[in-house]
Design a protein around this ligand. Structure first.
Ligand code: CUV
Ligand code: SF4
Length: 630
């Protein structure tokens, strides 16, 4: 990777240059100092699960240590490490989900947290066989919350929301014994089974990984998404802008970064508070400019149109503009480097969650019992910092793009129903989508998700892949940092239709959508699961037979490993653009990229070139179409 091209994004290039000039260290510099990654770690053949070790297996067959001191083979070590990544990712998503349900439990009509989407709550209650008639909505909310909280630790049965999957899928899961039971239980089982001297069989470990990952996608994440919608509203299409150009020279800039909407929703409210807006004016600013970063940005842009400052690799760059009064964070994907970086500027780096305290940051704990007050205090801190901005250090790149966001499954269906009403048959909102696919107007659909990773030129993996797919009449749905890459590149503007193939362009015009749909944050990949399940049920074919593919071209986090694993386990082929640490085991590679297909009807593909990957995806889509006879 040449130094001149760390990113496809011009703002990144410009601010990286600024960092160089001012000798401020960024993620790319630290990556360079790290030099080549540890070969054992890279291949997954390093084990430090007990103190007889750490052990590392020689990557050369027949030479050097071929087994750990306990006798564990490379296959077992790699599979255990993989399983633990899945457990880590599932834990992060699911603990986020759990917190949201706790918030629902304390929701109150006079409190800070209210039930915003009663209809969705009623639907979920019906699904869980909870009585809704003649009941106070907050009673229903509490009962739903209690039941969902039990999903994390219930002693018997399997997760409620897997019932949303098509019968054919549930049958596969049952036969493989990978129907997830309680969420925490699946994570604990992996931690137990990967303890020294427990499971010594790679296939069994991958099986367990699938079950745990499913407890994330169809459990913790799905609960997180659904209950966030209940509390804060189900997203509808709305307009926004994306990239660091959304920062304003003459306003108090607050960057909201992290994941859970419980915090960000209150900050949004606080930033609109007239008293605080006045305060901002009294310190000489024109007002408060709240912008988002990473998945928090996705949550608040989907529900409020809050502007997107950038994705994962831009968190440091936002501070480097010198124009940010505060970076407010909660959990996940927050670089600890923000502490030293913000010391180079006037920026306050404010942590708010006891789950993610960072030494050197200003910690203002967010108290949910006192949510709005707490949020106001945090915003006040930012406003008061405006006077410390050092004008000579400010550089805000002007690049930004327009985007239409907010495509929840509900809003996609609404949009489709509207089109249908002008037609004859309005029986099922899925019908027009399914028709477009079966008739071949759309060749298929792709979910492009996941992070940035300095191993990849920023956004290049996402954008090249997405462009290739839409040009070939594949509709793209996105979440996470991938969605933000697309928004920044202008692919979420309705204008981007012109980059789409003939068929997709027509669909976009008819339904009035961009060719790339923003479906939300990483936990909102559960929305994609619900959507493909609906299509699968409507067409009466299993998900694995649909011309649908997934990809994480620039993934980096354990959460992404969990996501990839549950997406494949749901029957959707998934392309990874960054090689996972499994190449030290032929067996594990064979299971992930080959044998999984016999188990769950889908597998992983590993391809670092996004254009080649897109070509493979298109080929796979056509293969599936042929088998379906469409
Ligand atoms: Ni949760 S997990 S870098 S913010 S998508 Fe972005 Fe998305 Fe990866 Fe993190
Ligand atoms: Fe080594 Fe086995 Fe201990 Fe791992 S569990 S560190 S392979 S002895």
């Amino acid at each position: 990777m040449s130094e001149k091209t760390i990113s496809l994004d011009l703002t990144t290039e410009k601010l990286y240059k600024k960092a160089k000039e001012e000798k401020i260290e960024t993620v790319w510099d630290r990556k360079k100092i790290m030099k080549a990654p540890c070969g054992f770690g890279e291949k997954g053949i390093c084990c430090r699960l007990c103190s007889m070790g750490p052990c590392r297996i020689s990557p050369v067959k027949g030479k050097g240590a071929q087994k750990g001191i306990c006798g564990a083979t490379a296959d077992v070590i790699v599979a255990r490490n993989f399983a633990r990544m899945v457990a880590g990712g599932a834990a992060a998503h699911s603990d986020h989900g759990r917190d949201i349900v706790h918030t629902l439990y304390m929701a109150d009509k006079d409190g800070n947290y209210k039930v915003k989407d009663e209809e969705k709550l009623r639907k979920i209650a019906n699904e869980l066989e909870i009585q809704t008639e003649n009941r106070d909505i907050y009673d229903v909310a509490r009962e739903v919350a209690e039941m969902l909280l039990n999903e994390f630790g219930k002693p018997f049965g399997t997760l409620e929301f897997i019932e949303r999957a098509p019968e054919s899928r549930k049958k596969i899961w049952k036969e493989l014994n990978i129907e997830p039971r309680a969420i925490d239980r699946e994570i604990a089982t992996i931690m137990h089974s990967t303890h020294m001297g427990c499971t010594g069989d790679a296939e069994s470990l991958i099986n367990m990984s699938m079950r745990t990952a499913l407890s994330d996608g169809w459990g913790g994440s799905m609960i997180g998404t659904d209950i966030s919608d209940v509390l804060f509203g189900t997203p509808v299409p709305r307009e926004t802008e994306a990239n660091l150009g959304v920062l304003k020279d003459n306003m108090v800039n607050i960057v909201l970064h992290g994941h859970e909407p419980t915090l960000s929703e209150m900050i949004v409210l606080a930033a609109e508070d007239p008293e605080l807006v006045e305060l901002a004016k009294s310190v000489g600013a024109e007002g408060i400019n709240l912008v988002g970063m990473c998945c928090t940005a996705n949550e608040v842009t989907m529900r409020h149109g809050v502007k997107i400052a950038g994705n994962f690799l831009q968190q440091e760059l936002a501070v480097l503009t010198g124009a940010v009064e505060a970076v407010i964070v909660d959990v996940q994907c927050i670089m600890p480097s923000l502490v030293t970086l913000s010391e180079c500027f006037h920026t306050k780096f404010i942590t708010t969650s006891p789950k993610a305290r960072i030494k050197g940051a200003t910690h203002l704990e967010f108290e949910e019992e006192n949510a709005l007050e707490s949020a106001k205090n945090i915003v006040r801190e930012a406003i008061e910092n405006y006077k410390n901005r050092q004008r000579e250090k400010v550089f805000i790149p002007q690049e930004k793009n327009h985007a239409t966001v907010g495509y929840s499954v509900e809003s996609i269906k609404n949009q489709l129903t509207r089109v249908m009403n002008s037609n004859v048959d309005n029986s099922n909102p899925i019908k027009p989508l399914a028709d477009c696919i079966t008739s071949g107007v759309l060749r298929g659909a792709a979910g492009i998700v996941g992070c940035n990773n300095p191993k990849v030129k920023q956004d290049y993996g996402h954008i090249e892949m997405i462009k290739k797919l839409i040009a070939n009449d594949v509709i793209v749905v996105t979440t996470g940092c991938s969605a933000q890459a697309a928004a920044k590149a202008g692919l979420m503007s309705k204008d981007a239709r012109k980059l789409a193939g003939e068929g997709l362009r027509r669909v976009c015009e008819l339904v009035d959508i961009p060719p790339v749909l923003h479906m939300g944050s990483c936990v909102d990949i559960s929305r994609i699961l619900n959507l493909v399940s609906d299509v699968s049920k409507y067409l009466n074919v299993d998900i694995s037979k649909l011309p649908v593919v997934g990809a994480a071209p620039e993934w980096m986090s354990e959460k992404a490993v969990s996501i990839g694993t549950y997406v494949v386990s749901t029957g959707i082929d998934t392309w990874l653009g960054v090689v996972p640490p499994v190449t030290g085991s032929e067996e594990v590679v064979d299971i992930l990229t080959n044998r999984m297909e016999d188990m769950v009807g889908a597998k992983f593909y590993i391809e670092q070139d996004p254009i080649k990957a897109a070509e493979q995806m298109l080929q796979r889509i056509e293969e599936k179409r042929e088998k379906l006879g469409i």
